[in-house]
Write a protein of this length. Structure first.
Length: 255
């Protein structure tokens, strides 16, 4: 019987090639993943450095509270801070004002060329916050200077008809007045002003309320500082921090 010898060298070579290709693909995949992870770590580190620099800029601006632009650096990461005064067309509290606390709006001194407003539209109750809906009431205290004497004039407004039976508060100008400065408010009251008015303080009653104030027939003085700080790293990562700082206000105990 004739014996046939098999030559498997070709098959072995093919298997080796396939294994090499597969191993190469795996190695490339691992390397690509590692490079991507390293890049991500680098971006996260740069982002954290830029954020810390921006926060350092805010702290520096809060220490000075001077309108203008400030440049500096933190651990060789640059920051630029711009501080401005705003609020002549109206102002909204950044958060809800707790019961018993007050939101203060200055009426004097007017900006150059500004007209003293004939009234204020006072908004309260953020529709997006279930803790503020349905809306509570507000007390408005107007501080006046008459014949050299300081006077405080109080008025209160309540949208709830049941509560008004016992508290005798005034009826607000309207419910669901719409959006003011990006907040969809629940209630609005029109507050008349006289030229002797210098300051208005608004106190939420019955529940927390976000508060907005818009001048009618005139403008307000600047009400708050807006601070915008940008941190920038050498590799081009930029982070921005923005805060608002109100002007100094008296504590509620003075009302």
């Amino acid at each position: 019987m004739k014996r046939i010898e098999r030559n498997d060298s070709g098959q072995v070579a093919l298997i080796v090639v396939l294994i090499t290709v597969v191993m190469g693909v795996i190695v490339l995949s691992v390397l690509s993943r590692s490079i991507a992870d390293l890049r991500l770590v680098g971006v996260e580190e740069s982002s954290a450095k830029a954020l810390k620099a921006a926060e350092a800029g805010v702290e520096e601006a809060l220490r000075n509270l001077t309108v203008g632009t400030l440049n500096g650096d933190l651990n060789q990461v640059n920051y630029t801070v711009t501080t401005s005064l705003e609020g002549t067309d109206g102002v909204v509290s950044a958060v809800g004002i707790e019961q018993g606390e007050v939101f203060e709006v200055r009426l004097r001194p007017l900006p150059i060329g500004g007209t003293f407003p004939t009234g204020l539209d006072v908004y309260w109750g953020d529709e997006a916050n279930p803790l503020e809906s349905p809306a509570g009431a507000v007390e408005v205290i107007k501080y006046q200077l008459r014949a050299g004497d300081d006077l405080a004039v109080h008025e209160a407004h309540d949208p709830d008809v049941t509560r008004r039976v016992s508290n005798n508060f005034a009826v607000p100008a309207g419910n669901n007045p719409g959006v003011f400065e990006g907040v969809n408010f629940l209630v609005r009251a029109r507050i008349a002003l006289v030229v002797q008015d210098r300051l208005v303080r608004i106190r939420p009653l019955y529940k927390t309320a976000r508060i907005g104030v818009r001048p009618v027939g005139g403008v307000l003085p600047d009400q708050f500082y807006r601070i915008v700080s940008t941190g920038s790293t050498a590799d081009g990562v930029v982070r921005k921090v923005e805060v608002a700082r109100g002007v100094s206000a008296l504590p509620p105990v003075f009302d």
